[in-house]
Design a protein around this ligand. Sequence first.
Ligand SMILES: [Zn+2]
Ligand SMILES: [Zn+2]
Length: 342
Amino acid sequence: MKAMVIERYSEQLQLRDLPDLEPGPQDVVVRVRSNGICATDLKMIDGLVSTVTLPHILGHETAGEVTSLGHEVRGLSIGDHVTVYPTHGCGYCDACRTGFENHCLDAPRTGFEIDGGYSQYLVTRGRNAIKIDSNVPFEEASVLPDAVAAPYHGLVQRAKVTGGETVVVIGVGGLGVHAVQIALIMGARVIAVDVTEDKLKAAEEFGAESVLAGGDDSPSSQVKALTDGKGADIVVECVGGEGVSGILDDCIKCLKLGGRLVVLGYAYGQPLSVDSAELIYGQWSILGSRASTLQDVVEVVKLTESGRLKPVVTQRFPLEKANEALDMLRNSSPLGRIVLTS
Ligand SMILES: [Zn+2]
Ligand SMILES: [Zn+2]
């Protein structure tokens, strides 16, 4: 099978021919048809994720067809279309037993500590391969476990968004375009902020009530003007990167009394600072949101199958062109996801 492999940090991935994969008793082998590219992949290439060992195959947003399966796997058959939940929770710790595999301290992840979907095939546990209707295109199915389920986890499980609340989405990229949709499905009104016009247009098309052009000035005064001077119930930060500290300052200024900030975009070494008095008197909740749970992925699969949620993929590259796709992500911040197809 062909795969794009990280052999040395900060260098181009190498196209390699690797031996075929065999499933263990509880595993499935998936013929990868689409794999989404995430900004975290760039961090792994740069050697910033300490749990990764080389050589490594990236890819934690994968969909494809089951081609073989171990004898203990239930509920899946050869030919089924699946999307792959990356976290292999141990199943035995308190976190796993209460449904929070994303908190499991002993959980290797597909595309991080386990080889992922920058490949024609991958092997995963049957439990992590979630069946999805064959009407959903592979490219849309592939981005569900991360680009869609991560904002779902942030908004639904962490911020517990409810109907009628005002949600400000900062950054309408791969995560934010789905945050807009999820907030609307949950009955919130959405204000979207971005620096580029096409992303604001997309947010509007998906149903955002107001869109604001971000830039040098904080959007807080406009957010306050749109909320009777109060501020937003929830702000979701979906930008990350080196400028994230300044963006988080702006996010905090948009919060109403009792508001919640969900942080989805990040960069190593970039702090979030908040005046302790303002935090107390504002009664703000600052919510880190770590990836997603299996339950989140099951729910976004159902929302997608029913047509209520539309995973947004804007660029496609063949697997062999992974380096070009990664360069595009590094040098721009596209609306929706870039995927690799094979
Ligand atoms: Zn990711
Ligand atoms: Zn566990």
